[in-house]
Write a protein that binds this ligand. Sequence first.
Ligand code: PGA
Length: 252
Amino acid sequence: MKKKIVIANWKMNHDFHETTSFLRNLLKKIFEQKINHNKEIIIAPSFPFLHISNHILQGSPLKIAAQNIHQMDKGSYTGEVSASMLKSIGISKVILGHSERRKFFCEKNNILLEKIKIALKYGFNIIFCIGETYFERNKNQQFNVIKDQLKHTVFHFSENEIKFFHIAYEPIWAIGTGKSATYQQAQKMHEFIRSLFLKKYGENISNKISILYGGSINNFNAKDFFLQKDIDGGLIGNFSLNLENFLKIIYS
Ligand code: PGA
């Protein structure tokens, strides 16, 4: 059985003190409670705190991810952070394609393709987000939208490269709204996504690839999502910011 993966996407939240005390307390609670949660836990804090966060979690099974990287190796891109910089402080996971990056920072498929390439060049694991809008779901276009997003990004890469990916299905209408997809809707979409991987890369990869759900997961609904056959974990925003809530999700 694949281990479920729980990823905290903190977005632009938590300052230095909040980040470090959250992580220290999280470690303490997990080791004190000694409950077998059987989950892979990844935390994505803001850029300035990645180094200290990685340091705090060193030697533990918990891992740190970045929320973004720039698509170029280096150069005159004021305010940006490169994959090699992150690599140099021991970070090797990154979230790419999040709908907030697509919407607020105009990251279209062509830019995402470049970001994936540079991430792979530096050996990053990529948590790649896809998802449809409310309008698209209302018109029953969600399956075509997802197929298209994969076709223009992830499906450009070879079998060997696909091993570095997790997919996060995040319906845009469910992100930060408190209105999650139902676990039935999510399962149906995840099954569809897995079938696309089967068609493109064969059985081995389609079985192995982790497909996470994201969008208003909380400590009450997490368990239902995690019980679904094709849902391999969750990408959690709001409910990962509070330690008690996040622990409940881990133990779901
Ligand atoms: P949410 O965010 O849990 O607050 O809906 C999820 C995400 O954006 O990854």
